[in-house]
Write a protein that binds this ligand. Structure first.
Ligand code: HEC
Length: 162
């Protein structure tokens, strides 16, 4: 009788174990999905970052006529997007097999990454103020500082396009 009870407990134990393996797999799928979503959001915001810069670059290079209002509008959009960067990249996705251009080193020193993101918050805010002066030369100078901040972070934490 005692033996029988033990066998039942043993069987239950196995069931509990298999149950937790199944749960781990389900958690793994969920975690992968979440990591994928995180990367999609990061790339979407960075894509919008490029989109916000585009018209300003055109005006700075004098390929399109300078439109102070349109320039300021894009600068504001960029400043709003830049506020999202540090939080968006916080979750470490190094353990997942994902298509991302974010270098793994980003999470070795997330604080450094976050401070580079903060640089962009500051320079894009200055760009908004500069663009409100309605003077292309003033705007160009402020934009150069912004572009330097994009580049500083990409050089360190973004894989080259291939
Ligand atoms: C603090 C770091 C940081 C700053 C600042 C930054 N980026 Fe990025 N950017 C990244 C990383 C990391 C990626 C790669 C993201 C990925 O593939 O998951 C990226 C990707 C991109 C991409 C490619 C998006 C895609 O479709 O995959 C564009 C475009 C881009 N950035 C534009 C900009 C512009 C323009 C600025 C400045 C206004 C900027 N970034 C500032 C870190 C940064």
């Amino acid at each position: 009788m005692k033996r029988m009870k033990l066998a039942v407990f043993a069987a239950l134990g196995v069931m509990v174990l298999t149950g937790s393996v199944v749960a781990d797999e389900a958690d793994g799928d969920e975690a992968l999905k979440r990591a994928n979503k995180a990367v999609e959001r990061r790339e979407a915001v960075m894509g919008l970052m490029g989109w916000s810069a585009g018209p300003m670059v055109g005006m700075i290079k004098e390929q399109t006529p300078y439109d102070a209002e349109a320039f300021t509008r894009q600068a504001r959009r960029m400043a709003a997007l830049s506020e999202m960067v540090a939080d968006l990249f916080k979750a470490d996705v190094r353990n997942f097999d994902l298509h991302t251009q974010a270098k793994p080193e980003l999470w070795d020193d997330y604080e450094d990454f976050a401070s580079l993101a903060q640089e962009l918050v500051a320079s894009s805010k200055s760009l908004v103020v500069a663009s409100e002066a309605g003077d292309l030369d003033v705007a160009r100078k402020a934009f150069t500082a912004v572009a330097d901040d994009c580049k500083a972070c990409h050089d360190k934490y973004k894989e080259d396009d291939h």
